[in-house]
Design a protein around this ligand. Structure first.
Ligand code: COA
Length: 153
């Protein structure tokens, strides 16, 4: 397990981790303006991160989630997503959204395991917003798959 806490506005965000999930520093800088950064720490060192941002009055979005490479595949990603869902619930939101690439097979698995369901496709989102082509798992990343977690009444 790792300790997860909200980063204060005075602290420097863990850029290396944030850029693992999102290759565009400009895109990340934009959502950091209004999003809250949470860091997952082990022995005081940041090994995980997520960013939660309000997108509608009752909806928050997980804009970024990443675990340092050496620590991946050990359940920390699941812990971060579960924490984000819990934060959203405590703060009274009705839904948590997340988006990922059509090529991000493992992420699609992880989010569905955490209770998210697919709600839509933002066609050509990545081709429109990123200068360099993104290829993973032998697939060109073109479309953003939108997923949503809805709290029970
Ligand atoms: N290879 C195989 N399976 C993977 C995987 C990978 N690279 N990444 C996640 N999974 C699957 C696992 O199979 C696991 O399922 P299981 O419990 O049935 O075995 C599930 O996802 C959760 O794994 P977990 O160990 O909690 O995930 P993680 O700590 O590796 O964190 C990410 C997942 C996506 C946050 C992490 O891999 C990461 O930082 N990736 C780079 C950044 C990124 O892509 N962020 C998301 C952008 S949308």
């Amino acid at each position: 397990m790792m300790d997860i806490r909200k980063l204060t506005k005075e602290e420097t965000p863990p850029w290396e981790l944030l850029l693992l999930a999102d290759p565009s520093r400009a895109v990340v800088e934009e959502y950091l303006k209004s999003g809250n950064v949470y860091v997952g720490e082990k022995s005081g060192k940041a090994i995980g991160v997520y960013v939660l941002k309000e997108t509608k009055k009752v909806v928050v979005e997980i804009m970024n989630v990443a675990v340092q490479e050496d620590f991946q595949g050990k359940g920390y990603g699941k812990q971060l997503i579960a924490h984000a869902i819990n934060e959203a619930s405590k703060r009274g939101y009705a839904q948590v959204e997340i988006g990922t690439g059509n090529s991000s097979i493992h992420q699609l698995k992880l989010y569905q395991q955490c209770g998210f369901r697919m709600t839509g496709i933002d066609f050509d989102y990545f081709t429109r917003n990123y200068d360099e082509p993104i290829v993973e798992n032998g697939l060109l990343c073109r479309d953003m798959i939108r997923l949503c977690y809805t709290f029970e009444d």
